[in-house]
Write a protein that binds this ligand. Structure first.
Ligand SMILES: Nc1nc2c(ncn2[C@@H]2O[C@H](COP(=O)(O)OP(=O)(O)O)[C@@H](O)[C@H]2O)c(=O)[nH]1
Ligand SMILES: [Mg+2]
Ligand SMILES: [Zn+2]
Length: 335
């Protein structure tokens, strides 16, 4: 019996996705994408219920529709705006999240901590890439500061014009590895993508001389690089909002998690309790104030986000019942 073929979503639009055979993608065959329409609700079945298929998803087809979205090994989610909002899955099956930050201006440690927390919560492996090494006298010193807040994470320093450190980044993006880049505008993500690809796959901050503004070639959101790594590049992914959970915070702030094990109370909030090991480390200077404040901020955000997600779920439930009641009235009237 022939196995069911697996397809990869290389682009997700409203109402349809573009897919290519997963085997062809890994082998480097440049298959023309197939357009697969979605149902009216924009959803497709999966073992976890009906989901919105997204770029990076692995799917099986049934006729000319999606038969099943395979269980995602990781998801990059955005906390969408709005009071009763729910989260949105921006990319699925990501292996590596490159947290891209410039060395000039000086790297923003708090932003790196935030993006690392986000990366950890996705289920992918975070890696920090510090760009523009050619613009600072001593990139290694800055890299040490960054490494101190990126516990358990590889930190790479690169310069695109000087072709410095790029081979090390290429080495971690082996064939078949799916990756995304997150980081502020101007960090050098597109420049790095183009350098890794050896051709222009992403529009950079450099404007065209003919005055026609930026060209955009990122219409295929999952792009295969010559080495076989798969870059997911969508505007949403580059500027994701935080959706963190306790596990991710514990990973991004492993030093604080470790200290917390020694607090007198198991449910210590590390604010004013007696016998708090976190406060003690703050007082002794072992734990920098800046890092503690950064952790508190992300922890509060994560809690707030969780509350809003609950509220969003409750609102969706109310809307559903309202709709059911309306249908029942219609049926009653029609009788
Ligand atoms: N000197 C230097 N400039 C860089 C480097 N990487 C990117 N840039 C410049 O930084 C600006 C922003 O880069 P871009 O890739 O568009 O950033 P993005 O917004 O993160 O995609 C552009 O003018 C790039 O030429 C680098 O390694 N060294
Ligand atoms: Mg860019
Ligand atoms: Zn404590």
């Amino acid at each position: 019996m022939q196995g069911i073929q697996t397809w990869r979503v290389v682009r997700a639009d409203k109402g349809a996705v573009l897919v290519v055979p997963e085997a062809g993608l890994v082998a480097g065959l440049d298959d023309e994408p197939t357009r697969v329409p979605l149902g009216r609700d924009g959803l497709a079945p999966s073992d976890e219920g009906r989901v919105v298929p997204t770029v990076g998803d692995l799917v099986e087809l049934a006729g000319d529709a999606i038969g099943r979205v395979l269980t995602r090994r990781s998801v990059l989610v955005r906390d969408s705006a709005g009071r009763t909002s729910q989260t949105q899955v921006l990319a699925a099956n990501v292996d590596v999240v490159l947290v891209v930050e410039h060395l000039d201006p000086e790297p923003d440690l708090g932003r790196i901590e935030r993006l690392l927390t986000l990366a950890w919560s996705s289920g992918a492996t975070p890696v920090v890439v510090l760009t523009k090494a050619d613009l600072v006298p001593d990139p290694a010193v800055l890299a040490v500061d960054v490494a101190a807040v990126a516990l358990g994470v590889d930190v790479h320093t690169v310069s695109v014009p000087d072709d410095l450190g790029l081979d090390a980044v290429r080495a971690l993006l082996a064939a078949g590895v799916t990756f995304v880049m997150v980081g502020p505008s101007g960090a050098g993500k597109s420049t790095l993508a183009n350098a890794l690809a050896g051709s222009e796959v992403a529009a950079t901050g450099e404007r065209r001389h003919d005055g026609r503004g930026r060209h955009t070639t990122t219409h295929r959101e999952l792009i295969r690089l010559p080495g076989g790594a798969l870059l997911i590049d969508t505007p949403g992914v580059r500027s994701v909002g935080l959706v963190a959970d306790d596990d991710a915070l514990g990973q991004a702030f492993a030093d604080i998690a470790e200290l917390a094990l020694s607090c007198r109370f198991a449910d210590c909030s590390h604010t004013a309790e007696p016998g708090c090991a976190v406060r003690a480390a703050l007082d002794s200077g072992e734990l920098p104030e800046r890092r503690y404040a950064s952790w508190r901020k992300l922890e509060r955000e994560a809690r707030y986000q969780a509350i809003r997600a609950d509220r969003g779920a409750a609102a969706a439930e109310r809307a559903r019942w309202k709709q059911i009641a309306q249908l029942q009235r219609q049926v009653a009237r029609g009788r």
